[in-house]
Design a protein around this ligand. Structure first.
Ligand code: C2E
Ligand code: MG
Ligand code: MG
Ligand code: MG
Length: 285
């Protein structure tokens, strides 16, 4: 798909379906202009602990709110931002906004932020991230960085050094889209991850497909034995959720539990009484 193509080091840009080269050039020029404003905004999707039913954090997912009112998702713009060499800048800008947004949220909530594989070409990544957190006075333990295995493809040694440095600064590390990359097990043992995020392609059918069920069960057991916590991504139904609970999955994220929301909506959610106690109970009612 376009996402995996955009993230592979060896890919060249191909306009996605229905997008002409002229459209793509226009998009790129708008993007360069909008990167200087606050048009790229953090949205937040709740992550819920299945035992307590409480919201334990949010994943920050970038959205591009264009002047024409259209909201564009990261699948469409991240590959272009990467291609233009601006993904590092965008990430630091979004991180800065996260620090502002989350400053007054309950301090036990962690915020997950996706790091592009391209960013691991920057030897100063860890220092740059820490500089933002320090300047904003935001505790690094409240940030969880989501990394896919693609980060390790081009220069595994350099990537490992950066990942260890981020870990040493106190940030949590999650292996994102687990099960979709390759030589996953090697990376899991080698790197100081705290969390494993089971890709939605497995989670989606966990309640109906025997194979998906067995795979998710095995991933949860693997995580348990490596002392990693688990987040299931893409929970869209009550029946998927209940299956995950049966399997002893710790945390979950998905439309059934809450969609990615603007900062304003997230603030409203966090003020609601539901969010302070058992968020899950309210969903299952
Ligand atoms: P991801 O990190 O695996 O994020 C999860 C994606 O699944 C998000 O898509 C989220 O909206 C979507 N999702 C959540 N729950 C459900 C569900 O129940 N069903 C379905 N079908 N989808 C669900 P989104 O926001 O379009 O982001 C796509 C990808 O773009 C992300 O995948 C992440 O890899 C990347 N991305 C998003 N924000 C950023 C960013 O700030 N920086 C970088 N480098 N990448 C980002
Ligand atoms: Mg992610
Ligand atoms: Mg994911
Ligand atoms: Mg994904």
């Amino acid at each position: 798909d376009a996402k995996s193509r955009g993230r592979s080091r060896y890919s060249i840009f191909e306009p996605s379906m229905g997008q002409s080269l002229a459209d793509r050039a226009a998009l790129e020029s708008d993007m360069r202009i909008d990167l200087c404003s606050d048009a790229f905004r953090p949205y937040y999707q709740p992550i819920v602990n299945l035992a307590s039913g409480c919201i334990v954090g949010f994943e920050m997912l970038a959205r591009w709110e264009r002047a024409d009112g259209k909201i564009i998702g990261p699948g469409q713009f991240i590959p272009i931002v990467e291609e233009c060499g601006l993904i590092g800048e965008l990430m630091l800008k979004l991180l800065e906004q996260v620090c502002v947004d989350a400053a007054n949220w309950p301090s036990e909530l962690t915020i997950a932020i996706n790091v592009s594989p391209v960013q691991f070409r920057d030897p100063w990544l860890s220092e740059k991230v820490l500089a933002v957190l320090t300047r904003r006075g935001f505790p690094s333990r409240r940030i969880s960085l989501e990394i896919t295995e693609n980060a390790l493809i081009s220069d595994p040694v350099a990537a490992q050094r950066i990942i260890e440095s981020l870990k040493n600064q106190g940030m949590l590390l999650a292996l994102d889209d687990f099960g979709t990359g390759y030589s996953s097990l090697q990376h899991l043992g080698m790197l100081p991850f705290d969390k494993l995020k089971i890709d939605q392609s497995f989670v989606r059918n966990v309640d109906t497909d025997e194979n998906a069920y067995r795979m998710v069960m095995a991933m949860i057991r693997l995580a348990d034995s490596l002392h990693l916590s688990v987040v299931a991504e893409g929970v869209e139904s009550r029946s998927v959720l209940e299956t995950l609970q049966k399997l002893g999955c710790r945390d979950a994220q998905g439309y059934f539990l809450g969609k990615p929301m603007s900062m304003a909506d997230t603030t409203i959610l966090l003020r609601s009484s539901q969010s302070k106690t058992d968020w899950l109970k309210a969903r299952l009612r």
